[in-house]
Design a binder for this molecule. Structure first.
Ligand code: UFG
Length: 336
């Protein structure tokens, strides 16, 4: 059985990916420092899969501990989720973001080099495209100067991995996520935002639950059919499955280049107002919202061209937006 290290394995996308990996027959080891996750997620994963993942509470900035981990564990591949992800916070604390997202990436790649670990999957983001000139966004769309340090860590991260793969015996895939939402069908794992949610769906579910009074729709003067910004919302379980597909591609040497990158989205864009309507319809409730001004740094529209990921990874979404919005609400209710 192949042993896969999942860093950030108790986080939102990480935990769903651990479930898919275990269900596909991989032996999973999780590293997480619990900075944006909870220990109980480990038990909840076990309840879903009936398999226990090995767990290490390691802060990847601690080079000594990272070294010790790799000296004492044999690993066949790594899926690296562990990173800070709040765009606004990254503007306030750029050095924290570069240390946590870039420093730790370098440490892990150094260990991979030293221990001859070949396969690496990196959490990247559609943010690397900025406002793309053409929609849907293909992988040929140029990487634009990052607006936030967070976005920059994804761009720099990809470059570091590309440079590393060129000279070391390593193959890697970066998955450029669009907007992951929803929760596992079991409603045992989902998104656990710290404090006031910055992302649309957790803000919606917390408003519906009465935790937040009102959702602010950030701008209705965009150049879109209803004036609100458009994103590609992908069910987190579908996104998790893209990771197992990418890993299998590397493990079976099917990759065409040493460093590859894929968009992972549904291919369909939805506006903020469409999401609100779909959420209300899927869950048979009314949401309290108002239109406010634009949020700084937001692009008008982003949705994926999924041809490359479909053809190369043989992956496509299986779940609908309605399922995602229903599961997000069920998950929110389970937290109360
Ligand atoms: N939005 C609102 N009100 C809110 C929250 C969000 O109207 O309270 C709007 C945003 O303006 C945007 C859309 O809902 O138009 C989606 O916003 P999110 O914050 O959920 O997602 P983003 O597309 O802004 O950000 C996501 C990830 C980032 C990543 C970025 C790349 O959260 O990590 O995609 O584009 F960098």
């Amino acid at each position: 059985m192949k042993k896969i290290l999942v860093t950030g394995g108790l986080g939102f996308i990480g935990s769903h990916t651990v479930v898919e990996l275990q269900n596909t027959g991989f032996d999973v080891i999780i590293i997480d420092n619990l900075s944006n996750s909870k220990m109980e997620v480990l038990d909840n994963i076990e309840q879903i899969t009936s398999k226990k993942a090995a767990f290490f509470n390691i802060d990847l900035r601690n080079k000594k501990e990272v070294k010790h981990f790799f000296n004492t564990n044999t690993i066949d591949g790594i899926i690296h989720f562990a990173a800070s992800k709040a765009v606004g916070e990254s503007v306030e604390k750029p050095l924290d973001y570069y240390e946590n997202n870039i420093g730790t990436l370098v440490y892990i790649l150094q260990e991979m080099r030293d221990h001859k670990i070949d396969h690496f999957i990196f959490s990247s983001s559609c943010t690397v495209y900025g406002q793309a000139a053409e929609l849907p966004i293909t992988e040929k769309s140029p990487v634009k100067p990052a607006i936030s340090p967070y976005g920059n860590t994804k761009q720099i991260g990809e470059e570091i991995i590309r440079d590393t793969c060129k000279v070391h015996n390593m193959n890697a895939i970066a998955l450029r996520y669009f907007n992951p939402i929803g929760a596992h069908d079991s409603i045992k794992i989902g998104e656990l935002p710290l404090g006031v949610p910055q992302n649309l769906i957790p803000y919606i579910t917390q408003t519906a639950a009465g935790i937040r009074e009102q959702l602010s729709v950030f701008g209705n003067d965009y150049d879109t059919p209803d004036g609100t910004a458009i994103r590609d919302y992908i069910h987190v379980v579908d996104l998790a499955k893209a990771h197992t597909a990418a890993l299998q591609r590397l493990l079976s040497n099917e990759n065409k280049e040493k460093f590859e990158y894929f968009n992972v989205g549904t291919g369909k864009g939805s506006s903020v107002l469409e999401i609100i309507n779909a959420f209300e319809h899927a869950n048979n409730l009314k949401l309290n919202y108002k239109i406010t001004t634009r949020r700084e740094g937001d692009v008008t529209a982003a949705y994926a061209d999924t041809n490359k990921v479909a053809n190369e990874l043989n992956w496509k979404t299986e779940k609908t937006l309605e399922e995602a919005l229903k599961s997000a609400w069920e998950w929110q209710k389970s937290l109360i």
